[in-house]
Design a protein around this ligand. Sequence first.
Ligand code: KIV
Ligand code: ZN
Length: 545
Amino acid sequence: MPNGELKTLDRVIIFDTTLRDGEQAPGASMTVSDKVHIARQLALLGVDVIEAGFPISSPGQREAVARISDEVSGPTICGLARAVQGDVEAAGLALESADRKRIHTFIATSDIHLAAKFDSPKYGNTIAEKRNTVLRMAVDAVALAKTFTHDVEFSAEDAGRTDPAFLTEIFRAVVEAGATTINIPDTTGYTTPAEYAAIFKTVRRDCGFGPEIVLSTHCHDDLGLAVANSLAAVRVGARQVECTINGLGERAGNAALEEIVMALRVRSDVYGVATGIDAKHLTKTSRMVALASGHDVPACKAIVGANAFSHEAGIHQDGVLKSRATYEIMRAEDVGNDGESIRLGRHSGRHGLFGRLNRLGIHVEESDRDRVYREFVALADRKKEIFDEDLRVIARQAPTGDAGQRYTLEQIHVAVDTGAEPRASVVVKNTRSGLETLFEATGDGPIDALYGAIDGAVGENHDLLSYDIRSVTHGADALGEVTVNIGAGGKRYAGAATNTDVILASASAYLEALNKLVVYRTDVESVEFVANGIMQSFTGEDIGA
Ligand code: KIV
Ligand code: ZN
């Protein structure tokens, strides 16, 4: 590849990491069955690589990678591994049944990371010695990964802040050991587009790689530059982009797949490259991920936001009616936004309801269909019009597949009287033991009292991190949506629920978060994720990564 800008149209590999880096967004833990559904949708969307998880990190991650390897065909399935033997072997094992598999191994390379994470003298006393150690670990990990698959990717974590001379050295060494994709992550979202592109130019020039070695981008959005940085690297020869649906990810998130893909398509005159993405599946995929992760898409988000294609100002509406080209650079239909907002009502049948849910990207398990239909009919009795947003929230209240419901709310009473302290009583059932517990509490307000009563009945240690309430539909009969985040053992668990009765919604959201805490706690006990999802400590093992 010549150093400089591209002249010919060629293919960029879309590497989707929604299920790995995306899932590391606070509170975004997805169930294994959610992940399998999303992976199937990603295959339909046409991504080239699905990073399905980090197998060593927990039994849930291992299972997700193994099931996706087994059940999803088309894309290459990838598993993440630190540059240590146990990780690489766990990834190799989890990927066993994939038709096409990739092991993605990584190690930190910046001096900041080396000094902080490889501080033990066993990695060397000076930065130069520590660099030698990580180089050796990287080479060994790549060589081991090659015994599982020919397709091996190496990432230099915090490459954006790594000495370019060391980047060149380590990349040369891992390519010699067999790596075929070289990923250059801007782990902290620190670089600017010009700086990020310059790193790619330097690596390509100084490493002397041929086109068989794919250079890859992986950008975080801490300065809002993740998409711009990825595109800048594509202009100078990067041929793989790592990204997530809706930009989901740690902290400010990752580069958004839908934005990258549509920028490359709409501005192919600038970038001169193509992807294999079938853009008409973007909207549905975005909705599936929003629903499974509990991270809503902001209305004004590019490509997939609710307002991305709606024209409000009269002058814009007038222009679009005369010629769409006046204010539209792409069509809503191009990204699968059919603009359909059919108003379902109480007389709509099951067929109409599930057909619409399917088009919204909402999968309802067979076993949950009766409940969803019953709730739809009940809501249609209370509300004149049912909007898409109503349907999303009804479906979201479904028991979350394998997360299940350890605790269910059997009774609830909340009293607020002038001059008296708010008081709540609840009966919570433990579905495993069958035990029902009644608990009463008072509080500063009705929600405080309610949550005190639920805490008393459930008896799980945790902190309430956030409580939000908003109206999600229109009119006086609008649904109120409550989202709750609780924290325990260094991990966040999110719950969301919607009801015209906000007290009930508050109770259900809180209980959903508690149910997730109980189910996922075992995963979390063995592993701790820190900033950027990079694992800092493993029980009983210190490897500095
Ligand atoms: O941001 C990062 O550095 C990562 C690596 C594991 C690729 O996610
Ligand atoms: Zn990352």
